[in-house]
Design a protein around this ligand. Structure first.
Ligand SMILES: [Zn+2]
Length: 268
């Protein structure tokens, strides 16, 4: 996988014979107490080991576009204007990358949280992707999706999927539940190279690679989130495998290596 071009809010990569664009939606600052240690208690050693900005955890918010020939598949949509003014740059990122929003006919969600699903609706209330034809949502997450008033108009486009479902010849859904019910990663493969677009497997990159047992307060099932993180990290240590994370520092793409019971992340 290699970087081809970049701008303020995007980086375009070559992956085998296809392209992937990391799109920056912005960032969100979260209370440091969101990071959890065993027993679902706030992580105590925070101030020595974790990078903070103004006392808070700064999480990038990224989405990823897979371009395979004429096929454009967008994974997640950012927060649009639903979570504050530090997010909502996704459509600007599309413009900077020179990709028309009208090209997007397929979107797949990693899960249904605001910073992943609410960008289906632009800040002015219009459809962010006016030519959208299908929206893939994990079967287990359909009930959560259908509760989101903001995206009610997209219920008719949604198709439920399970782990193993092939979205296209290069993209396969991988079950990664734990952070949320139905949380799903997407494995993109081309000509011997693989990218795992893993949603919220890691929230705090300054510590969760080194200490993958640490969880996030919003993980719906802390134990399952921990074991999904470990299995994804192990998958990602294979040769020619890269990861793309919704909350890894923008552009959020890199390589994983394993050192005993901990891991390292090397941004690409
Ligand atoms: Zn998230």
């Amino acid at each position: 996988m290699k970087r081809l071009t970049s701008g303020t809010n995007f980086v375009r990569y070559g992956l085998g014979e296809i392209e992937v664009i990391a799109l920056r939606d912005g960032y969100i600052d979260m209370p440091a107490s969101r990071l959890r240690q065993a027993g679902n208690q706030p992580f105590k050693d925070l101030h020595n080991q974790v990078e903070l900005v103004g006392g808070k955890l700064r999480l990038s918010v990224n989405a990823f576009l897979i371009i395979d020939g004429d096929e454009h598949i967008l994974i997640d949509t950012g927060a649009s204007n639903s979570l504050g003014s530090t997010m909502g740059e996704l459509l600007l990122a599309f413009e900077e990358a020179g990709v028309e929003r009208e090209k997007i006919s397929t979107i797949a969600l990693t899960h249904t949280h605001e910073d992943h699903a609410h960008g289906l609706v632009a800040a002015d209330g219009s459809d962010a992707f006016p030519k959208l034809q299908q929206l893939f949502v994990a079967r287990a997450a359909i009930r959560l999706f259908d509760k989101i008033e903001r995206v009610a108009r997209f219920r008719q486009l949604r198709t439920s999927i399970d782990g193993g479902f092939k979205l296209s010849s290069s993209v396969t859904a991988v079950d990664a539940a734990g952070h949320e019910v139905g949380h799903t990663a997407y494995e993109v493969s081309s000509a011997g190279e693989t990218l795992i677009i893993w949603g919220d497997i890691v929230h705090v990159q300054s510590i969760q690679f080194d200490r993958p047992e640490l969880t996030w307060e919003y993980d719906a099932d802390q134990d399952m989130a921990r074991s999904s993180r470990l299995s994804m990290l192990r998958l990602a240590t294979r040769p020619n495998v890269y990861v793309a994370g919704a909350h890894l520092a923008s552009p959020g793409v890199g390589k994983i290596s394993e050192n005993g019971s901990s891991f390292s992340y090397i941004p690409l």
